[in-house]
Design a protein around this ligand. Structure first.
Ligand code: HPA
Length: 274
């Protein structure tokens, strides 16, 4: 990780205090970044290689309003074959660079029937069903505790800021519990009935490893799902990819408007005395 950090420090002068992880198709927010300094993931030593040709992703530093920030545009997933440590490297590096607030975004299927494709849902909690955890193995006590508390992993303060920001934009964001599945196959209708029975409202294949690593590092976390479809079996018929994409775009444009307001409403960074 040291080599990764020193490479990034050699390419970008700005020290971010907030970071945003953008899921694929959710990169509209990048246009709000001022004075961007971009580093393709492929250039960064130790960064997990993307398995999706043409969608390698990049790390973008810049100012968001008045706040120095970092954007991870694109993430790696467990289903690509990366382990939980690799998919959380970016979050760990950002924490080491001084990030205190992490905003995670994703695309998700709605298990709850009253959620609708195209809407944004703020995560209130999650259930980790991915069968792994980025903290397995010896604990690095300099990074965080062996047994981190996961109560309120998604900050009530940040959830309230997101709700208020959405209200100012004229739409509502509701909250839900996110089930993290390994993928890459979508769930069966029986699996979705199981997830509903255990209290989950949304389902996806990302976010939770990053949230665990960020919690371990003591970051304050907000996570927002873009609902792209009803999960398998919630409505009659198969999941149609074209509809998923269209609804994904609708949610993505809401997300691109919401994120700048949320970042603005975060406490202003302390002036540096260096
Ligand atoms: N299941 C899992 N992941 C997803 C879905 C889904 O229905 N939609 C978007 N990501």
């Amino acid at each position: 990780m040291r080599e990764t950090i020193s490479y990034i420090e050699s390419r970008a002068s700005l020290r971010p205090c907030v970071a945003v992880v953008l899921g694929s198709g959710l990169s509209g927010f990048l246009s709000s970044v001022e004075n961007p300094q971009e580093i393709p993931y492929a250039d960064i030593p130790g960064w997990p290689a993307s398995t999706v040709p043409g969608h390698a992703g990049k790390l973008v530093f810049g100012t968001l309003g008045r706040t120095p920030g970092a954007i991870l545009a694109g993430r790696s997933h467990l289903y690509e074959g990366h382990d939980a440590k690799s998919v959380t490297l970016g979050v760990r590096v950002l924490a080491a660079l001084g990030v205190k607030t992490l905003i995670l975004t994703n695309a998700a299927g709605a298990i709850r029937e009253d959620l609708t494709p195209g809407e944004l849902v703020v995560l209130s909690d999650h259930v980790n069903l991915q069968g792994t955890n980025p903290l397995i193995g010896p604990n690095d006590d300099s990074l965080g505790p062996r047994f981190p508390d996961m109560t309120d992993v998604y900050s009530p303060r940040l959830r309230a800021l997101a709700r208020d920001a959405a209200a100012r934009l004229g739409f509502r964001v509701r909250e839900g519990v996110y089930a993290a599945m390994l993928g890459p196959s979508y769930e069966t209708p029986a699996e979705i009935r199981f997830l509903r029975a255990i209290g989950c409202d949304l389902v996806g294949m990302s976010t939770v490893p990053e949230a665990i690593a960020a919690r371990h590092a003591g970051l304050e976390i907000l996570a927002i799902s873009c609902v792209t479809n009803w999960a398998a079996g919630v409505k009659p018929g198969a999941i149609h990819h074209a509809e998923v994409l269209e609804r994904g775009n609708e949610a993505a444009s809401r997300l691109a408007r919401l994120l700048p307001l949320v970042v603005q409403s975060l406490a202003a960074p302390e002036p540096s005395h260096g």
